[in-house]
Ligand binder design. Structure first.
Ligand code: PEP
Length: 279
């Protein structure tokens, strides 16, 4: 299950509700990978067939990784029903900071939860770019996710210009610093590093660049959450496909992937899930 509290690790009291996404390996632990699909504004009711196909394909894969599908809000309730009895969790792609009110067209974290979601993607670069979402706005939504009991997947990432100027790590550090409100704990949080220039473009950073950024994010989380920082999953996102997934998922400090286009077809998403190393 994906949900708030699933990210707790070493700091979590012994014997109590051991978190499912951690495997103890030789006295240490490593997080089970999370493969999250972001359908964006794609999918009519007919797309629920992809959830059912994913469910069939995952029959033998339960121990390999956690799987999350984030369909458009209109499909969450039906997607949650279609995923019942499977390891697939359902998430939203955005939420409002408030629980209810006169905000035409918006959806609250509580509404997502009520519809069957256990997670929500926040601060995606398309929300930042097309809806003017700033770090403080994202921070308000992060608080809402916590309030509703949803695991927040916080997206961070630099533009091509910022990378070329050598500012990628600084930009991501600022986004993390300003988008995570003080009341959030490590167990409320997953990070998705998504270089903007890699999203939907077919371009990916080198594995060395991914490794460098993920190590930097891990260090930043350590400063912020002490030991809890080790328990936060850091996903990579940006043009992950069946043919590059194994290489990307093998990079140290990569704890899974946020997948856009290749999550729309169950066969492709399954191939990516199967590329995840068992932990
Ligand atoms: C995304 O939208 O989060 C994403 C990573 O998209 P794609 O995989 O299509 O690049």
């Amino acid at each position: 299950m994906i949900g708030r509290g699933e990210g707790r690790g070493k700091a979590f009291p012994k014997g109590r509700d051991k978190p499912r996404n951690h495997q103890f390996v030789g006295g240490d632990f490593r997080m089970r990978m999370l493969l999250a699909g972001n359908w964006k504004m794609n999918g009519l009711k007919t797309a629920l067939a992809e959830i059912r196909a994913l469910k069939r394909g995952l029959v033998d894969e339960t121990a390999r990784a956690d799987v999350l599908v984030c369909p458009p809000a209109t499909l969450i309730m039906e997607a949650a029903k279609a995923a019942e009895g499977s390891p697939i969790a359902i998430g939203g792609q955005d939420c409002h900071a408030l629980a209810s009110g006169a905000y035409t067209g918006d959806v609250s974290a509580e509404m997502l939860r009520d519809a069957g979601a256990t997670a929500v993607i926040l601060g995606h670069s398309e929300r930042r770019q097309y809806h003017g979402e700033t770090n403080p706005i994202v921070a308000g939504k992060m608080k809402a996710a916590r309030r509703a009991g949803l695991m927040a997947i916080l997206c961070v990432g630099e533009s091509d210009k910022e990378r070329e100027a050598g500012h990628a790590i600084r930009v991501v550090a600022q986004q993390l610093e300003a988008s995570i409100p003080p009341e959030l704990g490590a167990s409320d949080l997953t990070i998705a590093y998504e270089p903007i220039w890699a999203i939907g473009t077919g371009k990916t950073p080198t594995t060395a660049d991914i490794g460098e950024m993920h190590a930097a994010i891990r260090a930043m989380l350590g400063k912020r959450f002490s030991a809890g920082g080790e328990t936060i999953r850091v996903l990579y996102g940006g043009s992950v496909k069946p043919d590059n997934a194994a290489e990307i998922l093998a990079v140290p400090n990569v704890d899974g992937a946020l997948v856009g286009g290749a999550s729309l077809k169950a066969a492709d998403f399954l191939a990516i899930i199967r590329a995840a190393p068992r932990r």
